[in-house]
Design a protein around this ligand. Sequence first.
Ligand code: ATP
Length: 373
Amino acid sequence: MTDDRKPMIECRGVHKHYGDYHALRGIDLTIRAGEFFSLLGPSGCGKTTLLRTIAGFEDISEGAILIDQKHMEEVPANKRPTNMVFQSYAIFPHLTVAQNVAFGLRRDPRGKAEKAALVEEALAMVGLRGYGNRAAHALSGGQRQRVALARALILKPKVLLLDEPLSALDRKMREQMQVELIKLQRQVGITFVLVTHDQEEALVMSDRIAVMFEGEIAQLDGPEALYARPASRRVADFIGVMNFLPAHILGESDGVATVEAPGLGVVELPARQISRANPDDEGPTIGFRPETMTLVGPNQAHSQPRETNATIDEVVYYGDMTYYDLRLDGAAAIDGKAHTVRISMRNVFGRDVQEVGTRTRLAWSPGSLVLFR
Ligand SMILES: Nc1ncnc2c1ncn2[C@@H]1O[C@H](COP(=O)(O)OP(=O)(O)OP(=O)(O)O)[C@@H](O)[C@H]1O
């Protein structure tokens, strides 16, 4: 899919050093106008640093950052067309909700009545219409974060930068706010850049995601591509659960690799299922997601092209789902190791959860495999 929306944020060869520490190592990135973009990675990977350099809270050591096609080198944070929402809501508990939101307009020359109307509009946007006179200290965590959002949006920035804005909320509230943030972003059309270490949150909310490790972007893709075709084992491991089996490459022609993997036999994988070379990886590996293979009962029909016999080693019941750890038949024959893989099955009415020790069949398709090489 081509995207002809204009670039809103461009990072060109951005490096950041803190003394001897090299926190950003050559970031090249274009975020388009109106995109919901996430920076995702483990603690310390540099995602917050990157966000803060875009905001202008940190200088960069090398490279360039452009916002709305203008160089930001000489532009201080308060003159950039960006606004930031922090993890800790940073609202003033002794002020009312409306006073907190109006704080975003403190340097704005408009009159009192006009400002009050803008405050009302911003509160309506975040679902807090009529809350203006409440005391901020009496709000719930989710409501406080809405106030912080309203305060950031009232200035109508071109870019909203969000630094783990939902991480202080409990799970239910977080999921609710995720959906509301998506709706809000569509409604206002502002470019959102979200920093998160929560892969599920990034998948749920983003148009595109940059996965970062150690100051570098490991992969930049849409959620589905990132999940289905991770560029390396490390990305695959960070985004959800993936099974890995050592693979033996028997041959390759016209971009199609013929590969043997323990328990799976010989498969042919086209180029789109082969992930780019990655220096971290140890030897060729086959990967697949737990939900791409299915347990089938002794007489049960299935429509998958391939089948492997297996023994159930472990069962973990989650209510809506069950995870099964399986030992694949024939797996040990190849390298003498018993390879276990994890399969997830949605629990449906009328289908029993299988027990440990049960012999079973596993139905699968080569189309769900990824080769890392
Ligand atoms: N002001 C600073 N001085 C020195 N080192 C810093 C400074 N700010 C960040 N760092 C280091 O840079 C690295 C990246 O930090 P950053 O906060 O960007 O990571 P992160 O991916 O956002 O992680 P987290 O989710 O834990 O905040 C870390 O190792 C951190 O210790």
